[in-house]
Design a protein around this ligand. Structure first.
Ligand SMILES: Cc1cc2nc3c(=O)[nH]c(=O)nc-3n(C[C@H](O)[C@H](O)[C@H](O)COP(=O)(O)OP(=O)(O)OC[C@H]3O[C@@H](n4cnc5c(N)ncnc54)[C@H](O)[C@@H]3O)c2cc1C
Length: 301
């Protein structure tokens, strides 16, 4: 599968150095990442808000292995939420639980997620739990369930490529909240995930209809794929509850503004921070044309 091959190459140390240590590599990253600093992400969010787009801010980082790193990430999120409040941004935060301690201390991750949810409540905002590799799916959903029951201002991402996702959606629907439906960005085996685009798309369309038919949750349709978007738009008239589209910073910017201009809520996922390499490799793996963009930049074209 193309995605697995691409991720295998980008995981090599030499490839990582080529991208992270060169001016061109950093320039390519800048297309998808708002900047290294929170202030740059705040400026990007304010600009998107003024174009009528909502924002979800992601302090980049994942798979930390020590408690101090998890605490630092949590503090960074709380600072980000304070900035959302101070700047009156129409924004929330997206968090990866392996950045908060999940994997080596699930209790610590739960406590950190609680602190972030409470801080978000304080500024009238919400928290979305990103979904990571399948080895973490079960714990991610369990920690989400506890936090959502306690605070009520969370949501979670569900990946249509996973065979388990229909059951997961049924399990979390009673908790309300917002549910971000995406295709899934990691390399997973056939025993765990659909492998063909047709199967992933078919599962996406089915799960999107399940979410759009339930007015007690807020569906967040996270895709750049026009066929998926059109399918959801056909169901939107029948829906009375809130829902939104979501897209990534730097991807299909014109389409983001166009859909917002048609009156649809559109939230843009804005990553920032120094740990941008794994995020960038997933964007390259899902669209080989982005690798071409990088290679052309390397040879100065
Ligand atoms: C807001 C948001 C949050 C997400 N959160 C998660 C998460 O928590 N967990 C997770 O596993 N995945 C997450 N993803 C990633 C998602 O799973 C997909 O990997 C990614 O969105 C590409 O799938 P697609 O639906 O856009 O369709 P695709 O079939 O991949 O793409 C459809 C079209 O969109 C355009 N496009 C897609 N990707 C790019 C790109 N990188 N650069 C330029 N153009 C592109 C191209 O025109 C392409 O033909 C998220 C995606 C979004 C939009």
């Amino acid at each position: 599968m193309m995605r697995s091959a691409m991720l295998a190459v980008t995981n090599r140390t030499a490839t990582r150095k080529l991208i992270t240590d060169t001016r061109v590599g950093k320039a390519v990253a800048h297309r998808f990442v708002a900047g290294n600093l929170l202030s740059e992400a705040v400026a990007a969010a304010a600009a998107l808000n003024s174009d009528g787009l909502e924002v979800s801010m992601d302090y980049l980082g994942e798979h930390v292995s020590t408690a101090p790193e998890a605490m630092t990430a949590t503090e960074s999120y709380i600072e980000c939420i304070e900035q959302i409040g101070e700047n009156k941004l129409d924004a929330n935060v997206s968090v990866k639980l392996t950045q908060l301690g999940m994997g080596f201390d699930d209790g610590l991750a739960a406590a950190n997620l609680d602190r972030i949810a409470v801080a978000a409540l304080g500024v009238g905002s919400t928290v979305t739990v990103d979904m990571e590799e399948s080895e973490h799916t079960e714990t991610t959903i369990s920690l989400y369930e506890s936090a959502q029951k306690a605070h009520g201002n969370l949501g979670i991402a569900i990946q249509s490529y996973l065979h388990r996702s229909p059951d997961d959606i049924e399990r979390i629907l009673p908790l309300g909240g917002h549910i971000r439906l995406c295709k899934g960005a990691y390399a997973e085996p056939a025993s765990i995930a659909h492998q063909s685009s047709a199967a992933v798309d078919g599962a996406f369309d089915h799960l999107a209809s399940v979410l759009m038919a339930d007015d007690d949750v807020k569906p967040a349709i996270a895709t750049h794929d026009d066929a998926r978007i059109e399918g959801v738009l056909r169901q939107a008239d029948k829906r009375s509850g809130p829902w939104e589209f979501q897209m990534l910073y730097g991807v299909r910017r014109d389409r983001q503004v166009e859909l917002a201009g048609l009156g649809h809520a559109m939230r843009v996922y804005v990553p920032y921070g120094e740990a941008w390499y794994p995020y960038l490799t997933r964007r390259m793996a899902e669209r080989p044309a982005n690798v071409g963009f990088f290679l052309r930049a390397m040879v100065g074209k």
